[in-house]
Every structure is written in C-alpha cells, then in structure tokens.
Design a protein around this ligand. Sequence first.
Ligand SMILES: Cc1ncc(COP(=O)(O)O)c(C=O)c1O
Length: 363
Amino acid sequence: MAQYRDTYALIQLDYLEDNVNTLYQKVQKPMMAIIKANAYGHGYQQVANILKDNPVIAMFGVATLKEAIDLRKAGIDKDILVLGAIPLEDLDMVIDYDITLTLYSQEYMHEIIYLYHHQKPVKVHIKIDTGMNRLGFKTKEEFEDVLSACPPHIFQIDGVFTHFATADDAMQNEAYQQQLNGFNEIIGSHQFKYIHCQNSAAMIYHDTTKSNITRIGIALYGVDPAGEECKTLKQAMSLYTKVAMIKQIKKGEHVGYGYTYQALEDEYIATLPIGYADGFIRANQGRCVYINGKEYPIVGRVCMDQMMVKVDKDVKVHDEVEIFGEHISLARMAKELKTIPYEITCLVSERVERIYKYKDKIV
Ligand SMILES: Cc1ncc(COP(=O)(O)O)c(C=O)c1O
C-alpha cells in the first residue's frame, strides 16, 4: 500500500470525528483541536481538513508560529492559538496571518508594546499559571495588572486559560481541584470570549467546569490521556511494516549489532524495514510485534532502518506486521516502554509514509 517502502502509518480520519463526537456528548462545549507537533504525528493538514468544518471545533491550538502559519497556508480560517512562546521579531507575521498569541508574562507584554507598529491589534489569550510553573501569570494581582496595562489598540484579549498538571491522575485529585479553584478565583467575574482549561484528561476524568471551550489533544487521536486501554475512543493511528527476509539460523548464532541476542536453538529470524530513524526507538528490543494472529519478539538491537524478529515457520516474506494498532495498543506499548502514548506517535518520523482512510476508503 505504501509507495516507496513497506513501512507506513495508517490514519483513520473518521475516528477523529468519532472521538470528537464521543467527548462532545460528555462535555457539551465547543473544542479547540490541539494539532501541534504535526497533529501528534498524525499529519496536521489532513487532521485540520477533516475538522475544519466540524461545528464542534471552534478553533485550533498549536505550539509554534510556524505550525500556525502552515495551517493558515493550508486554508484554515478558524482562530489558531499558539500555546507556546514565540520570538517577537516575528510579530509582523502574527498579525499578517491573523494568529492568536499566548500572553504569558509582563515582560512579554512590554516587548509586544515596544515592537508594535501595526494597524490591527494582536489577538491574545492570557495564560494563567495555576501550578504547572511553566508559562503564565501566577496571581490575581498579576492578572489584574496585565488586564489594566494592555492597551486595547495593541491587544485584543480574546481568551484566558490555564493548563492542568494532574488531571489524568486519580491519586492527585486534590492538586487538580486546587488548580481549578485558583483559575476560577483569578478570573473572578471577568468575561472573555474564550475561557478554557480542560485538556483531554479533564474532560474524561472530571466534571464540567465554568469554561466555555475545551482543548482536545490526545483524546482526539483516540488515546486515553492516562495511558489506559480505552473502549470509548478509537485509536486513529496504526503502524505497519512487512517482512523483508526470513532466514534460519543455527543454535549459538547471534543477531544484530553488539551480538546482544544469541539463538538458543535453530531459529527463524525475520528482518523488517523499520528502525529507530522511523521513530521506533531502540528500547523496543524485547517487545513484540503482531504477525498473522500471533506475537513475535524483537531480537537483537533495533537498527537505524531495520530490525529483526524471532518468528516461526508460519511467517512468510511479505507478511504484514503490526507494530501498533488493533492488536497492540499504544497504551500497552507505552506501558512496556515506560513512556506515554503521546511520545510514541510524535516520534513516528517524517520518512514513514502516512496513509489516510476515511470510513475504510483510502483518501
Ligand atoms: C496548553 C495545552 N493545552 C492542551 C493540551 C492538550 O493536552 P491533551 O493532549 O492531554 O489533551 C496540551 C498538550 O500538551 C497543552 O500543552
């Protein structure tokens, strides 16, 4: 199916719509689709395209100005919020492309005022730091100060938001509540077009808040934010490759760099065209892949472009191999790698072709 290589990521675009609908049933609020980092590796253009006319999706959130401008160039005309800090030499582009910035400190506000020489105001959402200690204003006083110090011809304050650090962890419910209470206290009775704090975990694991929009990230892609198996969301990305070669090796022979694997008996070894340059990191050694209804272990070190799997005589050259997908979930893989699913999909590198399906048809 893939054009130049047998390794490809399959992205089921209709699953994104299903996941939006599933969460909308619960929260009943418009959403900002978080499509930073190439839509968590899924392909920002295709993801934005499938969502851009969805009435539930009010706007998009990205991490960098380049991501925001790329989205505009791809024809997205809804609001786009850059969640991270951007260098302000690029302020002209922010205004030209009608991008919304995160206003996160007094210094940043003053830098914008100093550099501003435009006709239109800069659209901003003010970030409140309720506990992450990342970007944002920490106290009510700081928030009130910035509100009164922002000249209205320079700043169009469209929103206010915070980000939860522990919404995915039932053991840290108190910390979540503290952040939420802090957010509510700091905003007080001020009204904004957009008030947002709920990430995927806050939507799934907590009750509603007084915000008027949510930020859907990992749940959009069908993955549980706490890294648990999830039946209500549909995992949109799967990763496949095909067996390139099978050889029979003798007991005592080794496999791969460093000879870290030695055959305990006569064995069949399959070579697969996927490696760490595809984002399939070396820590996967010892984990399993899925071929024709069975799981087989990755033996020897994962190479840059290839890896080897111990198979049996049922496996043939050209057989399809699931790296993750229907049978090996991202949640399981993340647990085995002691990481989070976010990292796995973000790491699937550019050279892995993405194949898109909408309701079982390649698009
Ligand atoms: C500020 C902000 N909002 C929302 C999200 C989306 O979070 P999630 O993918 O857990 O829904 C992120 C993700 O890192 C974020 O940094």
